[in-house]
Design a protein around this ligand. Structure first.
Ligand SMILES: O=C(O)CCC(=O)C(=O)O
Length: 256
């Protein structure tokens, strides 16, 4: 559970890092499972893999492929290691403190920033990807490696969640979008270096980005996003590309 000071920080700044929330064994299990997918020892099921757009796959010298991300709620539904993480009481207790008892998983992903070729994730708000009301889902970013400014740790705009939803525009190379109508610079952010097992809880309207990975090591993170089960899709219908998984409490007819 968050302390009062951590809870207040989340409300005021839109984020809080809980150090050492997860133990080494949990981090190791998730990291090892990701390694198996990256090297092809284990095959993905219903979730997607995206390689680094500028990586030369043939000459990549990290172990396995230069995978930028795995994405899909199916990761949590179909892989027991990722599923255990999505239902982990240490995470879910905090989310229930922030969102109440009824929780639905909206996102499960791994961002891997491979050595040397791990590219930036440009400024965006997570809410911009999802047509969901109310706009207050929580993104959980689990550090699996030491995350530093050099390898692309999280950079957030404190208090930026009070700006509301900003305009975003599409990126050329994939489905990513980036904030268009306001020119955030790195000076607007605070850098959040984290150790393996530290967990960032972030409001879905906080603008954030991560820099390229200029080091020789992977910078892996597991991402989960949770919303209240009473949330609604703004067009009243679930978009085809959105998948969900009930995590705790009740489900509600007509809701997500
Ligand atoms: O882990 C990263 O590098 C950035 C992740 C992120 O901001 C996202 O996927 O929305």
């Amino acid at each position: 559970m968050l302390t009062d000071a951590q809870f207040e920080q989340y409300q005021r700044e839109g984020y809080v890092v809980v150090e050492d929330l997860l133990d080494g064994e949990t981090v190791e299990a998730v990291t090892e499972r990701l390694r198996e997918y990256v090297t092809g020892e284990r095959e993905e099921t219903e979730f997607s893999r995206m390689l680094e757009p500028d990586a030369d796959v043939g000459s990549f010298d990290g172990e396995g492929d230069p995978v930028r991300k795995f994405e899909g709620v199916a990761m949590a539904r179909e892989d027991e290691v990722f599923g255990d993480l999505a239902f982990d009481r240490r995470i879910v207790d905090v989310i229930q403190q922030l969102q109440g008892p009824n929780l639905t998983l909206l996102r499960s992903a791994a961002m891997l920033k491979p050595p040397g070729v791990g590219s930036a994730k440009k400024f965006h708000q997570d809410a911009a990807y999802y047509p969901i009301h109310p706009m207050d889902h929580v993104t959980v970013w689990v550090a699996l490696d030491e995350a530093t400014p050099e390898n692309g740790c999280m950079q957030v705009v404190p208090g930026g969640h009070t700006d509301g939803l900003l305009g975003h525009e599409a990126q050329e190379y994939d489905t990513d979008i980036t904030i268009a109508e306001r020119d955030y610079t790195p000076e607007d952010t605070v850098s959040l270096p984290m150790e393996p097992g530290d967990v960032l809880f972030q409001h879905c309207l906080v603008p954030h980005y991560t820099a390229p990975n200029d080091t020789d090591d992977w910078r892996r993170a597991y991402i989960l996003a949770y919303m209240r089960s009473r949330s609604r899709f703004t067009d009243d219908e679930r978009p085809e590309w959105v998948d969900t998984l009930q995590i705790a409490g009740d489900e509600f007819p007509g809701c997500v």
